[in-house]
Ligand binder design. Structure first.
Ligand SMILES: [Mn+2]
Length: 340
């Protein structure tokens, strides 16, 4: 059994507290959502009062993971409990407190305290170092929550096994990314032993897209333009293509990853417009190529390899900003190539 100071701190917390709010980061991903599901189950089984409240709703294609419909969001109208001063906030899958989005400002001055469970290695602030379980080597927050179950010698029902397996699957790119370790496979084997079916989850997660999704993907890929020796891909989704396909806007987020399947491509720029005509630029990159600096310059944000910003009063049109993005990415790619 893997153990750590972080888990001891977590045990102490649940000995002392009865009411919890669990929140993951904005635009929740499967690791974050499945982590909420598994942690809610654990704390509830100890008789605790637990609410999962995120800022943003679960993306449509992930709703199927929340079997008991326990995850709520401010976006969908969930209200903060009236006796909020009795609650402890558990933040998962980020250690930058404000990354949990608008719920943070709503409760930060009223709650009893904050505890963080995260697998990103930087810690936002010194004040929180006694109230966290951080493991920068863990593949996913779901891997860490498995470790918590293991420490409590707590049996997990299939619902929790399915959730943890799914979170690990996504955050490891189906057991391929760098932080995939023998321990990750050990956890997967334990979960499968307890009744989770990898094939059922594969079908649920990877073979569930709509025909409209297939159509919008083909339309968007037909807009592909390549720059800088086929190292930069630019794709776009104007509103008229979205309407023509019949797809939902949030079904389209993963299309940006398709150009990355090409060995040549180092960065992707995706301009997508929703039904309200709001245009958003999303960027992805590989390795040392950084996309967050240019996103921040344009009043957006993100991480080194995944970032974006909205078009607005300052930058009205994609074609106005694209040359600057291309120039920036060329420099990034040239610098990255020169190092390797
Ligand atoms: Mn994660």
């Amino acid at each position: 059994v893997k153990n750590s100071i972080g888990i001891k701190k977590f045990k102490k917390l649940i000995d002392q507290t009865d009411n919890f709010i669990i929140s993951g980061h904005e635009n929740p991903d499967p690791d974050c959502i499945c982590g909420c599901i598994a942690l809610e189950y654990l704390l509830s089984s100890f008789g605790k009062n637990v609410k999962c409240i995120n800022s943003d709703a679960i993306p449509t294609d992930l709703v199927i993971l929340d079997y008991r419909k326990i995850i709520t969001s401010i976006e969908e109208g969930t209200k903060i409990p009236e006796n909020i001063e009795n609650y402890y906030l558990i933040i998962i899958d980020t250690n930058v407190k404000s990354n949990i989005g608008k719920i943070y400002d709503l409760i930060k001055d009223k709650i009893k305290g904050i505890f963080i469970i995260d697998h990103h290695s930087t810690l936002d602030s010194e004040e929180l170092k006694d109230c966290c379980y951080i493991d920068g080597n863990a593949s996913s927050v779901c891997e860490m929550i498995f470790t918590i179950y293991d420490n409590f010698k707590k049996k997990m029902p299939k619902e929790v096994g399915d959730a943890l397996y799914t979170g690990i699957l996504f955050d490891t790119g189906s057991f391929h990314y760098q932080k995939t370790t023998p321990y990750t496979f050990y956890i997967a084997s334990k979960i499968v032993e307890s009744g989770t079916s990898p094939n059922d989850l594969y079908v649920l997660l990877y073979e569930h897209q709509s025909i409209e999704y297939l159509k919008i993907t083909s339309y968007v890929l037909s807009t592909l333009r390549l720059y800088h020796n086929n190292q930069i891909a630019v794709i776009s989704m104007p509103k008229k293509l979205l309407i023509k396909s019949g797809a939902k806007y949030d079904e389209c987020a993963s299309i940006i990853n398709i150009p990355l399947q090409s060995k040549n491509i180092k960065a992707v720029v995706f301009c997508k417009e929703n039904l309200q005509s709001v245009k958003r630029i999303s960027m992805r990159s590989k390795g040392d190529v950084d996309v967050v600096k240019i996103a921040t310059e344009c009043k957006g944000g993100g991480h080194k390899n995944a970032a974006g910003f909205k078009l607005g009063p300052e930058i009205k049109k994609f074609k106005h900003i694209l040359p600057r993005i291309i120039t920036y990415l060329k420099d990034q790619i040239n610098y990255s190539n020169s190092k390797n």
